[in-house]
Design a protein around this ligand. Sequence first.
Ligand SMILES: [Zn+2]
Length: 494
Amino acid sequence: MPQSRRSFLRNSAGVAALAALGRYPFPTPPRKNCGIQIGPDCFVDEGAETVLDILQEKGAVDTLYLSTFTYDRGIIGRTPGKDYPGHGADASDKDYFHGGNYATPHARFYTGTAIKGERLKAPDFGDRDMLAEILPKAKGRGMKTICSIQDGFSYPPDMPFVEDMHETDLQGRKGSALCFFNPDVREFWNAVARDLCSSYDIDGVLLFNERNGPLLNAIGVSHAQAIDSAGVTCFCPHHERAARSHGIDFQRAKEGYRRLNLFVQQALKDQRPSDGYYVEFERLMLTWPEIMAYNQLFDIGKSQILKDIYTSVKAIRKDLQVGFHIEHTNSFNPLYRATRDYAQLAELADFLKVVVYNNCGGERYVNFIHNICQTVFRDVPPGELMKMNNHLLNYANEAPIETLATVGLSPDYVLRETQRAVAGVKGKCRILPGIDVNIPTGEHSRKASPDDTYQATLNALKGGADGVILSRKYSEMRLDNLAAAGRAFRETMR
Ligand SMILES: [Zn+2]
């Protein structure tokens, strides 16, 4: 029955009275946020107040995702040889970029780990504590600051790690990534998060870890990496213990990965198994189920670190936000997608930054298809595999493989991937899609226009997102694209 004007007024008055008493009957829905990933280098380059003015005025930005601990130019710096966006230094950072902790690491947080975290201060800007400099300025403008913490694929050789912390591959080679099951490594990441959340009045942390599991690495099913099937994961004593505690036969897992390596190497040499590549791969999976189990063990290790950090951060202050970056592979690789259950991830996070980069997504998706067509699907023409994959992933009308890199993925892709994430978490955590703003691509691949950025931002919000995170970093964004994102955000919020 329609509500009469009188009862509406009466109810509104009642609600207002309750609200005045602090007993508002319904939780106020949190407002949507417009965040941006930004490295401290931009504030040094362009001046903090200037940058904050630009972010607020053009981009409608209310939250900084400040790259605070990173060794990877994905979220900081100016990559040598890439286009510069017309603001800040018109040059690469190769003469000073090192990486590390851009805040001040405090020794008392690192007593439980052999990694000397207090010695990981990024030397790029001398003794300057970039977090301490930027935080009050952002706060003064009512902006939130979330610290981005990144576990990368590799670390500089001068890092004060002890050798055991790195992964040990099938052939006993030391890798450059850190082993998730090493207790010192687990405690180290925990310490970085605790230090930042206890020493500074920040609003939370966003954790980046784009490392894939060993099965996917072995068969080359990412968009970026070269296929090194022998160097895919760790077989150190910590891993052996973890395997045992999860009921996995470590020696059989190792043997399974040896066989998988052989399969991949033979495929790369065009030595076709008599039953075909796909059947041979499936046979390997059936004969050596430990391959799959060991792949899941990798995910368990990765989640364990997220869980550790979530628990410690919440113990410091319940309202500190903890978020995870969900890498691009999740979006176009069905095997990887199967390992990332949004409902489970939602239990561990206040928000998920879901990568829905559509412009560079075209090029990356094509690379992924070509990679997997070198191994498991070597018998399938790449264009046909992409068509089938589009069906599996619910991609409607994307361009064919021949033109996809040039055309990019559509704004519709942004909408669908956002809707999938929103449906997946079932209201248990916020979804903040990462929007592609001038992420570099190859010479002939799509370059984001302001209209692309506008449409992508609009579609993420239309898809039910709780806000957006403009990505990957301000230092590569053109200001007209930033303004287009800001316009889409403001128009949606009206
Ligand atoms: Zn290990």
